[in-house]
Design a protein around this ligand. Structure first.
Ligand SMILES: Nc1ncnc2c1ncn2[C@@H]1O[C@H](COP(=O)(O)OP(=O)(O)OP(=O)(O)O)[C@@H](O)[C@H]1O
Length: 536
């Protein structure tokens, strides 16, 4: 007999054995979801309240005992004010709820970060390379060991998009001689070599914490051209440096845009501790450009004498301009000019001395800054030696020794290979120093008295170098582009920038001659020649 099928309703899933269970679970889940939605704000607020309480407790624990009384008083006063203000308690409650809701909001879980396999390999290789320099035999628990773990030594690191190390903070054992330049230099060289050459690195040694922070430095701006820098009298902008190295910025025009840049400012005059400057570098690295930039700034408040030992006429644009006393390139003219400058320095000292003794203010002509700007003076020293004439550097002695009190500033620029021809007074009295162009650590140290805290790179743009004022830090430097406006290779924008800074002509252009002192001749007639020794 054929079996009759059961009615459909009795065979449906609703009446199968598991159906009530599943439905019950669904109901429970949707009830829980509903309850969570309803209670969510409450949960958030209570979580926020808990966080605020914990933060409050920590704050209280961190507050010094003597400050707890005033803090209690402040809180009580606040509570009283809230209680007295109309609707105060209600508003306070709403505020507490709002703050708790904000503090209790769910924060997205922090993304898992860590070095990739390649980056870990690099860090491990760096660690291994440092082992010989940062460990000693007999250390029972060396921080740096050949089978050691870099994670214990490198506390911070960052890689750029190309997987190259950008920043590294490492700790080193307390016995490492971090006070010795040689020891530091060895570690810096290893880090430089292993992190990728061709980039410039900055090393900050924290001797107190036994930590070294290595950072990759960006290029200094090369698009700042000669322009009017907003500085006080007695201040000269040598160039621009890293923002972290100086505390000041100057408004500058970069290309077509206005902005701010951190300058290296050199102070000259009576209160200066480094009243004279020496710049050294390889040929073609921008020494003449630096001197031109200094001369243009000096002419705003003073008079300038230029000695162009290379004789290439690169200061021709200054000839015949107001304040330019002479632009000399021949030996005879230079000797005459520097002799006058020495006498002028003496005259100023004597005049100022007499005025002081008479209780009168110093005459104005002793206070006007006088600048002696000498490019490649050693070339003339060599010529003088060959011709059996006086060394022009000897005549710089008086301005160098007494220039500070007489408002006379000497700026000398030369090349590394002629550096041994520089006289002792020039070396001794030029405390502001600049190195231009590619230079080894030893060369930088020889000129500045301290190695740079950055790794010099073999390729640098013209005008790039290091500056050190007295015993200050060694700063990276980029001199503003100040080319010779009469040079055909000079771009129009730069030419116009320099021409705009030139003082007006005092001599018609065709009459101006590089070899003829201009107002210097007039002044020299009036000079009262009394040797410095006569004052004493
Ligand atoms: N700060 C700078 N910005 C841009 N270009 C520069 C800068 N300094 C120098 N230059 C360029 O580099 C070249 C050489 O500059 P400069 O003549 O000043 O160097 P130098 O060291 O005096 O060379 P030399 O020993 O041959 O006289 C020039 O073409 C100049 O325009």
């Amino acid at each position: 007999m054929a079996r009759r099928p059961l009615p459909r309703i009795l065979t449906g899933s609703a009446f199968s054995g598991r159906a009530p269970l599943a439905r019950g679970r669904d109901l429970a889940r949707s009830a829980a979801d509903g309850a969570f939605d309803v209670l969510h704000p409450l949960i958030t607020i209570s979580r926020g309240l808990r966080r605020l309480t914990v933060a409050g407790r920590e704050r209280w624990a961190a507050t010094p005992k003597e400050q707890r009384g005033p803090l209690c008083f402040l809180v009580a006063a606040g509570g009283l004010i809230v209680a007295l203000v109309p609707y105060g308690p209600l508003l306070a409650l709403i505020a507490v709820m709002a703050v708790s809701a904000w503090a209790g909001r769910e924060q997205p879980p922090e993304e898992e970060t860590g070095p990739s396999e390649a980056e870990t390999g690099r860090l491990q290789a760096l660690y291994e390379a440092l082992v010989p320099y940062l460990s000693v035999e007999g250390d029972p628990s060396p921080l740096y060991a050949h089978d050691g773990d870099w994670e214990g030594a490198f506390t911070e690191y960052a890689f750029d998009d190309d997987g190259r190390l950008e920043q590294l903070r490492l700790t080193y054992p307390a016995y490492f001689t971090d006070g010795e330049d040689e020891a530091r230099l060895r570690v810096e060289q290893v880090l430089h070599a292993k992190s990728g050459r061709g980039r410039e690195y900055h090393f900050a040694w924290d001797e107190a914490a036994n930590e070294l922070l290595m950072t990759v430095l960006g290029a200094l701006p090369t698009d700042i051209a000669a322009q009017y820098f907003v500085t006080a009298p007695g201040e000269t902008v040598l160039g621009f440096t890293d923002p972290d190295s100086v505390q000041r910025t100057l408004p500058v025009v970069r290309g077509a845009e206005a902005g701010d840049a951190p300058p290296v400012v050199w102070r000259t005059g009576r209160r200066s501790t480094e009243p004279h400057l020496l710049a050294l570098g390889q040929p073609g690295t921008g020494a003449t450009t630096l001197l031109r930039s200094i001369a243009l700034q000096a002419l705003r408040h003073g008079d300038v004498l230029v000695v162009d030992g290379s004789g290439t006429g690169e200061f021709g644009c200054l000839t015949g301009r107001r304040g330019v006393l002479a632009v000399e390139s021949g030996l005879s003219g230079t000797l005459a000019t520097l002799e006058w400058a020495a006498h002028e320095t003496e005259r100023r000292l004597i005049a100022a001395n007499r005025a002081r003794q008479a209780g009168a203010p110093e005459p104005a002509d002793t206070r006007r800054p006088l600048w002696i700007i000498a490019d490649r003076l050693t070339a003339l020293t060599h010529l003088a030696a060959v011709a059996g004439r006086d060394d022009p550097q000897r005549l710089l002695q008086v301005p160098l020794r007494h220039g500070r009190a007489a408002q006379v500033t000497v700026v000398v620029a030369d090349q590394f290979e002629s550096a041994e021809l520089l006289s002792e007074p020039v070396r001794a009295h030029t405390k502001a120093r600049i190195v231009l162009g590619p230079a080894t650590v030893e060369e930088v140290r020889a000129v500045l008295g301290e190695p740079p805290h950055t790794t010099p790179t073999p390729q640098v743009p013209p005008g790039r170098g290091y500056a050190r004022l007295g015993s200050g830090p060694v700063l990276r430097l980029q001199v503003p582009a100040t080319p010779d406006p009469y040079d055909e290779a000079t771009g129009e924008a730069h030419r116009q920038a320099v021409v705009a800074l030139l003082p007006e002509r005092t001599v018609p252009a065709e009459a101006a001659d590089v070899h003829a002192p201009v107002s210097f001749t007039k002044r020299s007639v009036a000079v009262d020649v009394v040797p410095v020794d006569a004052q004493e």
